[in-house]
Ligand binder design. Structure first.
Ligand code: PLP
Length: 472
């Protein structure tokens, strides 16, 4: 088969300007090993994005993962989690309960990140109904429940500006990137987006404490404006990806938790990217002591060797669903698929054996300082992130932190950088959903040799990008 022609004629690639490939060559990736990929022409690439922030173990464990999948296919290729259990789903749920912080003891399986987010919001909506159907006894007061009367419906969600949370209608509504949403409006009511933790463009004299206070004030104002008794979910990533690896300021998560507690709102940590080692912990909620009620995970759960995600919930969230005839009215055929669950179990086993968490924690300092060499370039304004999760923000003027216009971004990112990096054998993402950034998120098996290689390529390409932008 002529793969090029067949791709042009039949494949619809996601988030891709297909028209561009009527004349240009479709990039076809044919194999992977460790941190490297190879295309159909035999050219090698360092994958500094780990697929889509997701191949946490890298590409070198196909044999072991494949054996786990094969064994499961022979034993039981499929059965469902609708009303039934099977051994791999049970074992994986138990494993996740033991790895997740606190009493996140229950797993509801899905097929990916968007479904996890979708399921978290639906769950939060139903949680208050399930819990609220019990009338509050006299003498006991809850914020939203008047004695003797049913609680008002809680259905609204709060997320952050520029945050990406997926593409299905509910997840898209939670998404904070207007350009992705406008085409599909009206979306699912009702979501508000509060300020994210982008520190780089804050006033220079602002202290960390002032920054945190401003963010928390903004969140609380949104809760109050929406009507606290109608909000069921605050949904945020431990470190926000879109916009470029926004880490939380000191005290931020403790403040968010306190606001959720004050207004009796469920806090959901979107760990679709951050879980399973990206930040050197099984869950980033542990690193930042977030204490979420709900955790959404997917990608790294199987290092993307399988399409599986999970929604983890605490004992408190589960409680009303264990009573009487209560049932979470939601299900997905492939949620907890035995072959996918077997692969996820194998992934966790390999991560433990290879000491992936320890490796990321041991290497993150060296990774950061290697990337920070790029700060010497005039076009590099900021290098930020943590663990194996970084963003490099590109600026027009380093002194003033002035960013590029939309038209300049188009020419810088899509007109030059994406192609030039790929040409030189580096896969990473040039993104301007917020300000222009290069996102770096390599497989967790990467070491100093890969840090040096990616920094070398980035340095050469960004230096040339800077010259081109100046010459315009
Ligand atoms: C934080 C976050 N949430 C949700 C999603 C959606 O995941 P999926 O693409 O598997 O549906 C993503 C995908 O990148 C993500 O980064």
């Amino acid at each position: 088969m002529n793969l090029q022609q067949a791709a042009r004629d039949h494949l619809w690639m996601h988030f891709t300007r297909m028209g561009g490939y009527q004349s240009a060559e479709v990039p076809i990736i044919v194999r992977g090993d460790g941190c490297y990929l190879e295309d159909a022409n035999g050219k090698r690439y360092l994958d500094a994005l780990a697929g889509l922030f997701s191949v946490n173990l890298g590409y070198g464990f196909g044999e072991e993962m494949g054996q786990a999948a094969l064994a499961q296919m022979k034993e039981l290729p499929f059965y469902t989690n609708w009303s039934y259990a099977h051994p791999r789903a049970i074992e994986l749920a138990s494993e996740l309960a033991s790895l997740a912080p606190g009493d996140l003891n229950r797993a509801f399986f899905v097929s990916g990140g968007s479904e996890a987010v979708e399921s978290a919001w639906k769950l939060a909506r139903q949680y208050y109904l399930a819990r609220g159907s019990k009338r509050v006894p006299a003498g006991e007061t809850r914020h939203d429940e008047r004695v003797g009367s049913p609680a008002p419906r809680r259905y609204k969600a709060i997320a952050r500006q520029i945050a990406y949370h997926g593409t299905t209608m509910g997840a898209l509504s939670i998404n904070g990137i207007p350009a992705l949403k406008e085409t599909f409006e009206p979306l699912v009511p009702e979501v508000r987006h509060v300020k994210n933790t982008n520190r780089y463009h804050r006033p220079p004299g602002e202290t960390e404490a002032e920054f945190t206070a401003m963010l928390l004030e903004d969140l609380e104002e949104a809760v109050l404006a929406m009507g606290p008794e109608t909000v069921c979910l605050v949904h945020m990533e431990p470190v926000q990806n879109a916009g470029g690896a926004f880490t939380p300021p000191e005290g931020y998560w403790q403040g968010v938790r306190a606001i959720c507690d004050r207004y009796d709102i469920l806090l959901s940590a979107d760990e679709v990217i951050t879980a399973f080692g990206r930040l050197g912990h099984w869950f980033a909620s542990e690193r930042y002591d977030i204490r979420p009620d709900i955790v959404c995970c997917a990608k790294g759960l199987s290092s993307s060797y399988a399409s599986i995600g999970a929604v983890l919930v605490t004992d408190r969230v589960m409680e009303p669903f264990l009573e009487g005839s209560a049932m979470y009215s939601h299900g997905i055929t492939f949620g907890g698929h035995p072959v996918q669950a077997a692969v996820a179990l194998k992934n966790i086993e390999i991560m433990k054996r290879e000491g992936i968490m320890e490796r990321v924690l041991a290497n993150e300092g060296a990774f950061r300082s290697t990337l920070e060499q790029l700060l010497e370039l005039p076009i590099v304004g900021d290098v930020r992130g943590t663990g194996y999760f970084y963003a490099i923000e590109l600026v027009k003027d380093k002194e003033t932190r002035e960013t590029f216009s939309d038209e300049e971004c188009e020419s810088l990112l899509r007109g030059y950088l994406s192609g030039a990096l790929f040409e030189r054998g580096l896969i990473c993402r040039a993104d301007d959903r917020g300000d222009p950034v290069i996102q770096i998120s390599p497989p967790l098996v990467a070491g100093q040799a890969e840090f040096d290689e990616m920094t070398g390529i980035l340095g050469a390409v960004l230096a040339e990008a800077g010259r081109r932008m100046q010459a315009r």
